[in-house]
Write a protein that binds this ligand. Sequence first.
Ligand code: PEP
Length: 274
Amino acid sequence: LGRHSGDHRTQGFDYNGVHFGQDNLNVFAGLCAVDTPEHVEQMLKALQENGQVCTRMGAYKPRTSPYAFQGHGKACLPYVFELAGKYGMRVIAMEILHESHMDEIREALEKTGHPTGVMLQIGTRNTQNFELLKAVGRQTEFPVLLKRGFGITLEESLNAAEYLASEGNTKVVFGLRGMKTNLGDPHRNFVDFAQVPTVKRLTRMPVCIDPSHSVGNRDAGPDGIPEVFQVTAEGVVAGANMILVDFHPDPATALVDGPQALLLKELPWFLEDV
Ligand code: PEP
């Protein structure tokens, strides 16, 4: 990924008609967690109406508590992929927690027959799950979004990305999603988007920002602008190449991370701002 070769030329990749590189910007707005087919459809319809071809849809959710909703998993894939095809989605970012999830996704995608693709997301809790990284790195069918680990150094997270590349998959986007600190931050995580140019200087990976999981709420400042918008702007100014952002048709009923989900009516405003 550029770290050990001394070669810092931009290395992008194309996947399913979408270009990912250090030289462009893709927005992946969508549901943190798939809950109902109706919400998936409302979300995707809004995205299509706003000219979007990428989205995020969480089927497998890594939860802090075993009693919290764990995601519908494999069961929701048929309707998620069917609706994604119906609304013209080209790439869905979807987190996986186990290598078997890749087979489940592949099988469900094949059954729908739509030209929708999946970018496999490895979340912050699995950044150093080396066996998962190796398994995902061994396949080259799906590109990967690797989130930084929230409690490890940047260097350690970049090495985690090398696990993917060293096994053969260099279609990797690196995600910044905020860091945990013990300073009682007002945000869910300490926003780390100042490191966008650092990652771009050190590697050839396109860099994603996740303002939703960094900020953790959709509160607005005194100017009426949600802080998620403000930190997104910081990340874009810093050179971000991808934005992963939570929206929900009815955040009050969302099963995961409702407080940070932006409203569908805010989607055109968000995209315009970006
Ligand atoms: C997510 O994007 O749904 C998620 C759980 O993110 P993170 O791994 O950054 O917490």
